[in-house]
Design a protein around this ligand. Structure first.
Ligand code: ADP
Length: 286
């Protein structure tokens, strides 16, 4: 579909944001807008216009799913508190017909989940054929918060990187396109977002005192994120690194990454499984 809003990208998002071996997140400008030539005004317009493109592509996937195609797309959103995961779901996925979306948010594992392998709850939540799955947090918590807080011995979390790579390879092999987005907010921007939650009654519900405790562990989290990117960005399932201090940018970046993934599926509308002329005649006569 011709759409000149994509022209605001001087380098395609899927290229400029893809994690490259050796890339250091300590050097990442979290207020940056890599690849995009416009500012907030253009970004807001682009988000809207590309949202319509995303919606149409997703509808095609859904239509194919209804006809037995088992392919799916899974967006994995992983980021620190206040990075904007919830807003991403509202403002990017919000463009898409909800019946085509399987959204799951992963919190602290329940007692039942704790009794199982860490991939158990993730496997249960995978998108069905034809669906756009969205993971707000994911199996990567098991090498992030779990690593930072020593929730299991190092010998256990250490082996999880390989387990995840194997799991994702199989997922891709059975028709799921993974779009893994690591969302990075700066320590200062996180502080101002938390402050806002303390100042606005409509945001109190988002405030969790534990988030301030976690800020003290910022360096350990950054190390854990770096290790995650170094060890689990594969050809099958690469990571994309998105700067999130400017929400408008992170949102257009993710919508572009999703569009890229959908376009890679080269979807067509499924053919009619009935005789069109016969049905036209029957309808006319009814
Ligand atoms: P959010 O903070 O994303 O709005 P919640 O308030 O439900 O959502 O918080 C989710 C919490 O669950 C986070 O602190 C996260 O680190 C934690 N969590 C998610 N997965 C795991 C896991 N596998 N082990 C321990 N904690 C986890």
């Amino acid at each position: 579909m011709a759409d000149n809003t994509a022209g605001f990208w001087e380098t395609p998002a899927a290229k400029v944001l893809r994690f490259r071996p050796g890339m250091q997140i300590a050097d990442l400008d979290r207020r940056g807008t890599p690849g995009f030539v416009g500012g907030k005004t253009e970004g807001t317009r682009v988000l809207h216009e590309r949202g319509a493109v995303l919606s149409s592509l997703q509808e095609k996937l859904h239509a194919n799913g209804r006809s037995g195609d088992n392919r799916s797309v899974l967006l994995v959103l992983q980021g620190m508190d206040t990075a904007g995961k919830g807003g991403m779901v509202r403002h990017v996925i919000g463009h898409v017909d909800p019946q085509g979306v399987d959204h799951v948010a992963f919190g602290v594992p329940t007692e039942e989940e704790k009794r199982h392998h860490f991939l158990w709850r993730v496997t249960k939540a995978l998108p069905r054929g034809g669906q756009l799955g969205v993971f707000d947090r994911s199996h990567y918590e098991d090498v992030l918060v779990v690593r930072v807080h020593d929730l299991v011995p190092e010998s256990v979390w250490c082996g999880r990187y390989d387990e995840i790579n194997q799991f994702e390879r199989e997922l891709v092999g059975t028709g799921t396109t993974l779009v893994k987005v690591a969302m990075f907010v700066s320590l200062d921007e996180q502080k101002s977002r938390l402050q806002e939650r303390l100042e606005r009654p409509d945001k109190y519900w988002k405030y969790n005192p534990g988030d301030v405790t976690e800020r003290k562990l910022w360096p350990a989290y950054q190390d854990a994120y770096q290790a995650m990117l170094d060890k689990t960005s594969t050809d099958d399932a690469p990571w994309y690194v998105v700067s999130c201090d400017r929400k408008w940018y992170s949102r257009i970046a993710v919508s572009e990454l999703l569009i890229h993934a959908f376009e890679g599926l080269r979807l067509e509308w499924p053919p009619a499984d009935f005789d069109i002329d016969t049905e036209k005649r029957r309808l006319a006569e009814s």
